[in-house]
Design a protein around this ligand. Sequence first.
Ligand code: PMP
Length: 409
Amino acid sequence: MDTVAFSVENVRKDFPILSATVNGRPLVYFDNAATSQKPLQVINCITEYYNNYNSNVHRGVHTLSQLATEAMENARLTIARHLNAAHAHEVIFVRGVTEAINLVANSFLSLVPHGWQVLISAMEHHSNIVPWQMAAERYGLKLRVIPMDSNGVLDIEAYDRLLMEGNTALVAVNHISNALGTINPVKQMAEMAHRAGAVILIDGAQSIPHMAVDVRSIGADFYTFSGHKACGPTGIGVLYGREDLLMAMPPYMGGGEMIKTVTFEKSTWAELPFKFEAGTPDISGAIGLGAALEYLKSIGLDQIASYEQELLEYATAALYEMGGIRIYGQAPQKASLISFIPDGCHPYDVGTLLDNYGIAVRTGHHCAQPVMDFFDIPGTVRASFAFYNTKEEINLFIEALRKAIKMLR
Ligand code: PMP
């Protein structure tokens, strides 16, 4: 698909929900880091599947099954190209980032000798902490944390020291923090991990919707994202893994689809990617996710990134102008989300009052409790922008925020 000049007015027409009203006001949807809205191109693609060729995949000889299989495998190819993966079979369909990380934690770490270490960062989502904790306990590994500073920037020298201090099997870090907006130097971190003989898993939940990602140029061994944050459906996501690693890893779940042969004594495994896709997959989800990435590409990932930076700068300036607002996450490289607390207000109350004005923001710990503990706060208000948001919406948000703060102070 060719990229045409970016027009937010045109883009908004693709998203039926953006003309909804909430509490009698036009919806202003600033909760994109939790999940994005879906364009007609994705909704129609899923409807078309159910209306015209719904069928189970991979083993059917009949026409519908072949159509469904072809559509699903085309989606895999689209995703592989989107990520610049070397092979389509390096793309494993999973439920989302959470499942992908559990898969790697259970399967890859089972191959690691006792006493080795796994490094994560101080700004991870719970889904990039808890599975490693559980697996570290099971496999006798150490889990260590790369620290950050008060701007929300990772301490790369400390990372270097941690890599040298023990046998590091794996580093797991987010590309973009969902709590602070920091864009982490993942290419540099991958190089450093490799120099130390470790592999790196990058959680791309917050990057895939906002920027072009090339797994080979980054040097990612594993890269994962969830469809629902990238204009795709819920319940589907991707684990990209380097072929040689995936080949060496044991299956995570057993069942249909992932076997070559089964007897009561022993089973053998299917080739990649099916070895890691037990059971009937989320067929409509996979097809919808392919359509979502095609859609993002048609808008232009670089255009999305630069327009969202404009929104970020505009909203950040407006918040500073208001005064009495503390912004958490001041990294020089930041994605389009702002975590903040107005002085003297509880984030939850701010979010509830904003909802009265039709403005959807997230409040709470954003599944990153260690980040909240680091700043010694209960949570933040988080406004996260997508390419279909506008400066006019930011003005409405600022106006409503002024009123909310007045009521609360
Ligand atoms: N990592 C990050 C950085 C996230 O923002 C999220 C979702 N908030 C996740 C992981 C988990 O994604 P999911 O719930 O789709 O598995």
